[in-house]
Write a protein that binds this ligand. Sequence first.
Ligand code: NAI
Length: 456
Amino acid sequence: MADRYLSFTGTAPGRFLSRRLGLPQPAALRRWSPQRPSLDGALLRLTAGKSGLDPDLASVLSRTGLEVAEAVPAASAGAFGVAAVVLDASGVRDVDGLGEVHAALHPVVRSVAASGRVVVLGAPLDAGDHHQAAAQQALEGFTRSLGKEIGRGRTVNLVRLTDASAAESTLRFLLSPRSAYVSGQVIHVGADAPTVPTAPTAPTVPTAPGDWDRPLAGRTALVTGGARGIGEAVAETLARDGAHVVVLDVPAAEADARRVAERLGGTALPLDITAADAGERIAAALPDGLDVLIHNAGITRDRRLVNMPAERWDSVLEVNLASVLRTTDALLASGALRRGGRIVATASIAGLAGNAGQTNYGASKAGVAGMVRALAPRALAEHGVTVNAVAPGFIETKMTAAVPLFIREAGRRMNSLAQGGLPVDVAETTAWLAHPASGAVNGQVVRVCGQSLLGA
Ligand code: NAI
């Protein structure tokens, strides 16, 4: 269902009227396309709380495709102005350092172009130094507040890192049009994952891509529920990135799964993911193993708890959580998911914030987040596999088109970007987490919600 209000406010009279009436002002978001893969304009690099520049960060930023500057370019110097600001605040240890955050960003925020990016870099909180912890935690409130006020399709995110070179895939993602609907997020990037397999015979894939345009070339990715909606967009995006995609969906959706797989040069796998032996059947269908496992299949069966029969509870918990746990366990235990592999599960902001009528769905999606956080360190240590989740907000799909108009309109506007996301926004976020260079991103639940007001 098209967002007519967004189209209307894109016209001159629509803009005028919505401004006069104090209505939301959604900006048309800049998304990735092969013709325009990067943002237009300069990348402004600033620091707070330390002097001098981290050389690893400098070299990562020099590879983003944006021209790096240390001051706002004169208006005549570039046609586009500032596309992105990266503020390295990882050295901020006290309230004075926070003053430097203000001093760095206050003069430049206005120069950031529409659909531009502000990325604040922070450090992990130091449990032994409450002044550092206070100052670093302050960056979260700062980032989220700026995200809410900045407008014009601009996003603001915080990345906590220890090693800038391990954060290259993350910074490239956040500084590109691919992250159009990701705002107000705090992402932790650890040290890079070990690249050497523990057993010399274990099959492995390199963790650094030779090619940033087709990073998944030579890899196999399985997308559950890939026949339509968000799953179809994920399958498309992973295929664009070079993966051989296996489109798994229920046997009733086999024709759609085949259509998607054929278009992408992949394979269809008709299978109900709730089958007790689904993991074994996936492994049998992929004798060479797989590298990327996307748990996207999901259902809703809404009712308030007082009216919810056990079968509605059970079916949602089965599809959205139990089958995710079961297939993950089976594919890790059998080694079908190769070292260097990636698991990306689908949570939801309903699981983080709660939603009336969705006790079953909210429980299942919160369960996904719990699984991700607990399993991630172990899966990486024992199997060399990262485990993360995406938590979509309001995404324009058939599912949300069926929501009654008033609730749909509220869902669309109640976020900092004042519009719904598109399936491709979830897909791009998934592709970043599935990236071979994202080995240092583990155990994260990243919301793709335009900084929804729900459970923020
Ligand atoms: P959709 O209903 O359009 O697609 C889901 C797909 O999963 C369908 O092709 C369906 O046949 C498949 N599926 C369902 N049960 C299955 C099973 N037992 N075995 C194999 N495949 C199965 O849903 P949509 O909107 O694309 O959502 C995808 C995921 O994103 C779901 O996990 C959903 O909960 C989640 N999500 C969606 C949001 C939205 O705004 N659309 C918001 C938050 C989360």
